[in-house]
Design a protein around this ligand. Structure first.
Ligand code: M6R
Length: 360
C-alpha cells in the first residue's frame, strides 16, 4: 500500500535512493566488480550498433543513458520509438543488438518491434521491472530493474532505475572491451553519490512546492529547456508535467528556441532551465534563459552544484556526468507531482491513460 503517502507517485519518487542501492547490490559484487551475465556482455560486444527501442518515459531513459553507453562501449547507440519502428524497420547495421526498455514489459508497441527482431533472428535484451513479463520472455536476454512495483501511471523510479541498469551494462561491456574509461568509471561509488544527491533533493520538497505555487498553478503552458544531457532530461521532465498536471509543456533544446519556438513566450510563461555541470553548455543555456526573460518569461533555474549560482531556484548535488540524468530528473518529478497535487488532480490516475499500454 501507499502507507501515509497521499499518492503512490510520491512514495515511488521517495524510493529512488533505495532503488539505486538495490541495483548496486544486484549488479556489483563486494569488490565493485560487475555482475552482468557474461553471455549478455559478449552479445553486446559483437554488435556494431545498439538499438534502444521504447515508448514514453522509457524512451527518454534511453536518451538519458545514450552518451554513457556510447563512450563506455565504443558502439553507436540509436534510439527508436516503438510505435514508429513497428512498421518497416529502417536500414540496420550489419550486427545490431536490440535493447527494449520497458517498465511493464507489456507495451504492445515495443512488443511489435521485438516480434520483428525475432523474425530477423537478431539478439535482444529486455530491461524491465516485471520478471516474467511478455517482453522479458520473448527477448534473448533480460536484466531486471528490481525497483519494486510501480503503481502510479506516471513513471519515476523506473526511469532512474533503467538508466542505472544501463550504466552497469555499459561498464561491464566497456571493461570486457578493455576500455580505460570503463575501468576509471567507479560506478559503485558514483551511484552511491547519486543516491545521496537524490536524498538531498527530496529534502527540498517544501521549497519546490512553493516554486510550483508561485509559477505553475494557473499557467496553461510551460517550457523545459537544456542542452545535451539536460535536453534529454527536459524531454522527460515535460512529459511528466503534461501527463499528470495537463499543463502543455515542451521539452526543448535550449539553442533551438531562437529558431522558432521563442515566439510562444509571453509575459509569465514558465521556462524551467536545466543546467548540469557541463562547462561546454552551461553558459550557453544561461544565455538562452536571459533571452526568454527579456520576452517576459518567468525563469526557474535548476542547476547542478558546480554550475550553479547562489540565486538559482533549485541546486542539485553534483554527480558523475554519465549519471546526471538521474539526479537532475528528481526536482522535475517533484514539480510535476506538486503541480498536479496543488491543482487537486488525481496524481496517480491521470485522465485518458493506463499504466501499461497494451494496444498499438
Ligand atoms: O511499461 P513501459 O515502460 O513500456 O511504458 C512505456 C510508456 O507507456 C510509459 O513510460 C509512459 O510514458 C508513462 N506513463 C510515462 O510516465
Amino acid at each position: 500500500g501507499k502507507g501515509t503517502y497521499p499518492f503512490y507517485m510520491l512514495k515511488e519518487i521517495d524510493e529512488q535512493p533505495t532503488v539505486m542501492r538495490h541495483l548496486i547490490s544486484t549488479y556489483a559484487d563486494a569488490n565493485g566488480k560487475m555482475k552482468v551475465a557474461p553471455e549478455i556482455v559478449e552479445s553486446v560486444q559483437k554488435a556494431d550498433r545498439i538499438y534502444i527501442i521504447a515508448a514514453g518515459t522509457s524512451y527518454n531513459a534511453g536518451f538519458g543513458a545514450k552518451t554513457m553507453l556510447e563512450e563506455l562501449t565504443n558502439t553507436p547507440v540509436e534510439l527508436g520509438l516503438a510505435s514508429e519502428w513497428g512498421y518497416d524497420m529502417p536500414l540496420l547495421s550489419a550486427h545490431p543488438f536490440f535493447i527494449f526498455l520497458t517498465q511493464s514489459g507489456e507495451t504492445a508497441d515495443s512488443r511489435q518491434v521485438l516480434v520483428k527482431v525475432n523474425e530477423l533472428g537478431l539478439p535482444s535484451l529486455t530491461i524491465t521491472n516485471v520478471p516474467g513479463s511478455t517482453l522479458s520472455r520473448e527477448a534473448t536476454y533480460t536484466l531486471l530493474i528490481g525497483a519494486g512495483p510501480e503503481i502510479a501511471v506516471a513513471s519515476t523510479k523506473a526511469y532512474t532505475g533503467q538508466i542505472a541498469t544501463l550504466a552497469f551494462l555499459a561498464k561491464a561491456v566497456g571493461e570486457a572491451e578493455g576500455n580505460t574509461k570503463a575501468f576509471e568509471f567507479d560506478l559503485v561509488t558514483e551511484l552511491s553519490l547519486v543516491a545521496q544527491s537524490i536524498e538531498a533533493t527530496l529534502s527540498e520538497k517544501e521549497k519546490i512546492g512553493e516554486i510550483v505555487a508561485k509559477n505553475l498553478l494557473t499557467t496553461r503552458n510551460a517550457f523545459y529547456i537544456g542542452r545535451k544531457q539536460d535536453y534529454f532530461v527536459a524531454m522527460e521532465a515535460s512529459l511528466k508535467l503534461k501527463e499528470i498536471s495537463y499543463v502543455q509543456c515542451e521539452g526543448f533544446a535550449a539553442g533551438e528556441l531562437k529558431h522558432g519556438t521563442i515566439s510562444l513566450i509571453e509575459k509569465g510563461t514558465p521556462v524551467i532551465a536545466l543546467i548540469s555541470n557541463n562547462e561546454k553548455v552551461a553558459l550557453h543555456t544561461r544565455g538562452n534563459v536571459m533571452e526568454t526573460v527579456a520576452r517576459g518569461a518567468s525563469a526557474i533555474i535548476i542547476a547542478e552544484d558546480g554550475a550553479s549560482r547562489a540565486d538559482d531556484d533549485i541546486i542539485v548535488n553534483a554527480v558523475h556526468p554519465y549519471l546526471s540524468a538521474i539526479s537532475m530528473i528528481i526536482p522535475t518529478q517533484l514539480i510535476a507531482y506538486e503541480t498536479s497535487f496543488q491543482r487537486g488532480l488525481d496524481v496517480d490516475k491521470p485522465r485518458n491513460l493506463a499504466k501499461a499500454v497494451t494496444v498499438e
